[in-house]
Design a protein around this ligand. Structure first.
Ligand code: G2I
Length: 491
């Protein structure tokens, strides 16, 4: 499959990390050789990019999707997958079970179609995955091979697959999901035969088969700093110390609405500080279905936070969404009653999360559509082109204040019924919310988001809800308040 397309694609996507592979003896003090070098882009500095891929390119990042081979005959699907994304990962087609379900008989169809699709659309290819305990062919899983035989089988698999696509693949998930939740090593056909050493061997074999691909280890629930990501950190540190050719770590980021790990960016950064590239490899954010406007707004904000965390880490080279639309997602089949996790809805219409990701990458003209102090926002009270408010009325009262502190009570009356809500407003520069009640608070810069708690999630048409908070700023005027992204009138 040598289409020899990688260099041209990477330049078109503007997502190239320059320099030699950051493997071997790289350490926290040895970061200069692999610092991200972002190629100049003709559109850099403007905010006119109106596709995810163009916007991500202005940041020197790629934005990817998992590609489902079974949907390549759907023109709506392929238009979005080809037009919006600069990288594709095979959702299933490059897994061992898909390629060689019968020993020695290869089915390259789906994987070849993916590589050709990427070539036609000027996209990078993220290979997924060479050594994984799941979706293995039965003959590997249940073969009762001796360690020597199994070693030969794994080596042959890597040489055959990585060799076939050498020149086409930008990054390989060489090894996938080797940890238990407590950070110990997972029991599998591979760990039973070899202990942990199969990981190092797989990286060496992949480097030999495809010297140019960047080599990753990938896992889920390693997104924040926790026991599992500590296990990953220990393993990759020891691989680097041993000179094993590993270039990066993938953070799957299969998330639950409202459960953004507080240490997400810090976790990416600690791996980056080892000299490794980091990638968000399988992002989705699921919720109970059916969705509603409040939860979709909350999801958009969480997507924004993920992308922003990547942008804040120099060595975070891109973000891949796990699938295009809610219609195609793996989630409802595995978590009944949950879904709506992707950027496009069941009818392939972009959801609020799409706009949030586009804006987070600097596209679409508005870097933060929920920021009430931004004059380009539809919710900005000073913008005469904004739609007149009417859906909600707000009272924002500073009920007590002293030098260096105040207490605020906010009441919101909504014209339409709500099932979940987010109120956003700006505090004076530098001020922080220090506590509150009847809402969950988060803050980005001066913008505060107050989200419903369980007992006030549902509000009837014409109903009023309230929340309050303390902050470390003294007396201040009432800011504009938006409800689920729409500016409210003051009352
Ligand atoms: O489970 C979510 C992801 C977690 N990280 C590794 C990824 O590779 C994994 O992706 C999912 C795919 O999205 C699913 O589409 O991996 C699943 C398998 O573990 C995929 O599901 C499988 C079904 O279980 C099979 O019944 C089906 O034959 O997809 C296969 C192909 O459609």
């Amino acid at each position: 499959m040598r289409l020899a397309r990688r260099a041209a694609v990477a330049i078109a996507a503007g997502a190239l990390l320059s320099g030699t592979a950051a493997y071997g003896t790289a350490s926290a003090g040895d970061t200069a050789s692999a610092t991200a070098q972002h190629l100049p882009q003709p559109w850099a500095g403007t905010s006119q990019a109106d596709t995810l891929r163009d916007a991500a390119a202005t940041q020197g990042r790629f934005v990817g999707t998992a590609l489902n081979d079974g949907l390549l005959n759907n023109p709506t699907y392929t238009a979005i997958a080809g037009g919006e994304f600069s990288s594709v990962t095979a959702e299933n087609a490059m897994k061992w079970g898909s390629l060689e379900s019968t020993r020695g008989q290869y089915n390259w169809g789906g994987a070849d179609r993916l590589v050709e699709f990427a070539d036609r659309h000027g996209q990078q290819v993220y290979g997924h995955t060479l050594v994984w305990h799941s979706q293995l062919p039965g003959w590997v899983e249940n073969g009762n091979f001796s360690p020597t035989e199994l070693r030969g089988i794994v080596d042959n698999h890597i040489a055959t697959v990585a060799g076939r696509y050498a020149g086409d693949i930008d990054r390989w998930d060489v090894v996938n999901e080797v940890f238990n939740e407590d950070g110990t090593f997972r029991d599998s056909v591979f760990s039973r035969a070899f202990g942990e050493s199969f990981v190092a061997d797989a990286f060496r074999a992949t480097r030999a088969a495809d010297p140019d691909a960047r080599l990753f280890i990938n896992d889920y629930n390693t997104d924040g700093i926790n026991a599992k990501s500590d296990g990953m950190y220990r393993l990759v540190s020891s691989l680097l110390d041993a000179g094993v050719p590993i270039d990066g770590v993938g953070f799957q980021s299969h998330m639950i609405l409202g459960q953004m790990p507080a240490s997400y960016q810090a976790n990416l950064q600690r791996f980056a500080d080892l000299g490794l590239e980091v990638v968000i490899t399988e992002l989705d954010i699921r919720m109970n279905t059916p969705s509603d406007a409040g939860r979709l707004a909350q999801q958009a904000e969480q997507y924004r936070q993920v992308v922003q965390a990547c942008l804040n880490v120099d060595r975070c080279s891109g973000v891949t969404m796990w699938g295009v639309s809610d219609r195609d997602s793996w989630i409802p089949g595995v978590f009944p009653g949950e879904g709506a996790a992707n950027l496009y809805d069941e009818d392939y219409r972009p959801k609020p999360a799409y706009g949030a990701v586009l804006a987070a990458f600097g596209g679409g003209g508005d870097p933060d559509p929920t920021d009430p102090t931004d004059p380009t926002d539809p919710s900005d009270p000073t913008d005469p082109t904004d739609p007149a408010p009417g859906g909600c009325t707000v009272s924002y009262r500073v009920t007590s204040a002293w030098p260096g502190g105040s207490v605020v009570e906010v009441g919101v009356t909504t014209a339409t019924a709500l099932d979940g809500w987010q109120a956003t407003f700006a505090l004076p520069a530098g001020a922080r919310v220090t506590g509150g009640w009847n809402a969950t608070f988060s803050q980005s810069g001066s913008t505060v988001t107050a989200a419903n708690v369980a007992h006030n999630r549902a509000v009837g048409a014409g109903g009023t809800f309230g929340f309050g908070f303390q902050s470390d700023t003294g007396a201040h005027g009432a800011p504009a308040v938006s409800l689920n992204g729409e500016r409210c009138a003051t009352g």
